[in-house]
Design a protein around this ligand. Structure first.
Ligand code: NAP
Length: 314
């Protein structure tokens, strides 16, 4: 009986066809089938699943999985529904995604540094008013979460001349970046940052991490970018801080509920820029190459790629 790989997803038909095509091209020696096309025997033969927002009951139909590979970098929904004795989860770590995220971080950092939200509002009022130019070298950026994406973004900001700080759970060295860790480290970083950029996973420790109390510690008039997950920031307390002018602006790509509900007050807030979860989409082709390399290595050596620590949640 030869081993097969099963794709378990709730993607649209078009998206699923695109991923199947790219994955089959990158894994020519493998049999890759979407779950709905598998027989009971093939499901029993499947030792690897590639997953995208899978229904837990669908994954449970594959009883002999050695591991699963997520098509996404963020795996909080998968982790939340995962049985304690479930197979290891490998998340997507794709240099192309890191590049895309770093580009988004730089783009929206420039957007804030060059006061574009204010000039947009001034235009609406036909107002001609020149604000003081701030050099990158005069601005402190604080990146909350200095992992794969945060580190790449930090390096990009350093190259653009910004003063870059980062915060992670464990201490680390990143060239040109002042790295903080631990609770006091976060508070220290927040008090000095002109722009705070959230790039950490959603876990039980990070849910609600940026609340009213933390926002109150931030520099008056600082701006916030959230490219990670909505629930890391307490939305109602963020809105309150924006109403009171404690923060000058928030660029939000991720929300508690997506798509952002039509009745949300965030849509019309003059200090908010809404993005529809676009800062770093998975690239079908590079993701397929990364997954293919992980699968090939496993077939050759029996070695699993680095997997998510289920107790830590990321
Ligand atoms: P990662 O490599 O796992 O890095 C996570 C970082 O967060 C690490 O530096 C980690 O610290 C830190 N961290 C985690 N929990 C912490 C805690 N309790 N206290 C302090 N630091 C903590 O993840 P990544 O690949 O950079 O991705 C980050 C997140 O970005 C993903 O989980 C996903 O939600 C989001 N994302 C969003 C988009 C989008 O389009 N909006 C796209 C891709 C990903 P250590 O280094 O010490 O472990």
């Amino acid at each position: 009986m030869s081993d097969i790989i099963t794709l378990v997803s709730q993607l649209s038909d078009d998206q699923e066809a695109a991923y199947l095509g790219a994955l089959r091209k990158s894994l020519p020696g493998e049999v890759l089938l979407p779950l709905r096309e598998t027989s009971a025997q093939q499901r029993a033969q499947s030792s690897i699943a590639i997953v995208a927002n899978p229904r837990p009951a669908d994954v449970a139909r594959l009883p002999n999985l050695a591991w699963v590979h997520s098509l996404w970098a963020g795996v909080e929904q998968l982790v939340a529904a995962w049985p304690k004795d479930g197979p290891p989860i490998v998340r997507l770590v794709d240099p192309e995604m890191s590049r895309t995220m770093a580009e988004a971080v730089l783009a929206w950092t420039y957007y804030l540094q060059r006061d574009m939200p204010t000039y947009r509002l001034q235009q609406t009022d036909r107002q001609w008013c020149q604000r003081v130019y701030r050099k990158p070298s005069s601005m402190e950026i604080g990146i909350v979460g200095l992992g794969t994406l945060g580190t790449c973004a930090a390096e990009r900001l350093v190259r653009a001349g910004f003063r870059v700080n980062g915060w992670s759970r464990t201490a680390k060295n990143v060239d040109g970046v002042h790295v903080y860790h631990g609770d006091t480290g976060l508070n220290d970083m927040l008090t000095t940052a002109d722009i705070v950029i959230c790039l950490m996973p959603l876990t039980s420790d990070t849910r609600g991490l940026i609340d009213g109390a933390r926002i109150a510690q931030m520099k008056r008039g600082a701006a916030l970018i959230n490219f990670a997950r909505g629930p890391i920031i307490v939305e109602a307390e963020l809105l309150d801080a924006l109403d009171r002018g404690l923060l000058s602006h928030a660029v939000l790509d991720v929300f508690d509920i997506e798509p952002l509900p039509l009745q949300s007050r965030l849509w019309e807030h003059p200090r908010v820029t809404i993005l529809p979860h676009i800062s770093a989409p998975t690239d079908v082709h590079t993701a397929a190459s990364v997954i293919a390399a992980n699968v090939s290595e496993y077939r050759k050596t029996g070695k699993l790629p680095a997997s998510v620590d289920l107790t830590r949640g990321y």
